[in-house]
Design a protein around this ligand. Structure first.
Ligand code: AMP
Length: 199
């Protein structure tokens, strides 16, 4: 199973990705997580992207495309993967189309989680509070001003991807404002309709 999860920051992509990973025995590929690991490790990539990420801006396409290409080729991804936070621009989507075509692979579906902006801010505030309650430091970009910036980038650069995937016939839109279990059930149902069991 090869999936893409689309949705603005705070839409619940991370939570749903975890559930899909467990259900289909596929690997999660989150560019945000991979980049945060690079920043924490202080690697050359991490040093390049640290300030860009803290400002809530997008990291250059070539860097994230290279990161994803490497992970798609890893043996762990043989059974499939779920991309979370990638692609985020039409250019990245086109690069992904090429990457997959070169390998004779196809996406089974692109799941878009649809959530109103007012709810996104509420959810991120909750995520910050929960992180602090556990005694951890919140992400540098989980900050109300930066969040607005991330949502604006989403609207401008990532939202057009719905059209890209709609045209390709792979888009599945799901209401992301329902409870986590309900969203999971809706995704499941939509996937079963698209990808028949055993097929
Ligand atoms: P996320 O965890 O998906 O919210 O990503 C956190 C931050 O990582 C974003 O605000 C960007 O700075 C960077 N990032 C993650 N994925 C991408 C991507 N596909 N393209 C560009 N920047 C990205």
């Amino acid at each position: 199973m090869r999936l893409v999860l689309l949705g603005p920051p705070g839409a619940g992509k991370g939570t749903q990705a975890e559930r899909l990973v467990a259900r289909y025995n596929i690997v999660p590929l989150s560019t945000g997580d991979l980049l945060r690991v690079a920043v924490a490790a202080g690697s050359p990539l991490g040093l390049k992207v640290k300030d860009i990420m803290a400002r809530g801006e997008l990291v250059p396409d070539d860097l994230v495309v290279a990161l994803i290409a490497e992970r798609i080729d890893a043996p762990e991804a043989k059974n499939g993967f779920i991309l979370d936070g990638f692609p985020r621009t039409v250019k990245q989507a086109e690069a992904l189309d090429r990457l997959l075509a070169e390998r004779g692979l196809k996406l089974d579906a692109v799941i878009e989680l649809k959530v109103d902006e007012s709810m996104l801010i509420e959810r991120i505030e909750k995520r910050i509070a929960q992180t602090r309650a556990k005694g951890h430091t919140a992400r540098a970009d989980d900050d109300p001003a930066v969040l607005k910036q991330r949502i604006a980038h989403y609207r401008k650069q990532t939202a057009p991807l719905s059209d890209h995937y709609q045209r390709k016939g792979s888009l599945v839109a799901v209401n992301g404002m329902r409870a986590v279990d309900e969203v999971e059930t809706d995704i499941e149902r939509a996937l079963q309709e698209r990808v028949p069991v055993g097929g």
